[in-house]
Design a protein around this ligand. Structure first.
Ligand SMILES: [Zn+2]
Length: 138
């Protein structure tokens, strides 16, 4: 292996180490500042939160502004955390010593959804509903 090949090899090794680090599962917890993008103030400093479209809707929900928030996902890059897909239910609110799941509820139709917005059935605005578990979890 000559010097040039060695450098190329070291370069690709560094790249794969970065990819591996980016995909390492992690949890962040702190005070949520909702918005676009949403920010979380953690013990290690502020991180910007990103994720799939339904997750971003939750992260933009002003009713969650200022809550003690926990998310599972991975560091996408320094200072930027990607929440795992919404169907994995990876966002929580900590309240009164309990870890609560975030959901949205239409009391007219008894329909639960996982992102804020209007009810699929009656088009009314759904209510934010936090709970330790939900029977309707699919
Ligand atoms: Zn409804």
């Amino acid at each position: 292996m000559n010097r040039r090949q060695l450098l190329a090899f070291l370069g690709s090794a560094a790249v794969s180490a970065r990819v591996w680090a980016a995909e390492t599962a992690a949890t962040v917890r702190g005070k949520l500042a909702t918005g676009s993008p949403a920010r979380l103030v953690t013990a290690a400093g502020p991180v910007e939160l990103t994720g799939d479209t339904p997750s971003l809707l939750v992260l933009g929900d002003a009713r969650l502004n200022g809550v003690e928030f926990e998310a599972n996902g991975a560091m996408a890059e320094p200072g930027k955390f990607r929440v795992d897909p919404i169907h994995k239910r990876n966002m929580f609110v900590h309240k009164d010593g309990k870890r609560l799941m975030i959901s949205y509820w239409c009391s007219v139709c008894s329909i639960r959804t996982w992102q804020p917005g209007s009810c699929l059935c009656c088009q009314d605005e759904t209510e934010l509903d936090l709970g330790e578990s939900f029977e309707t979890v699919k």
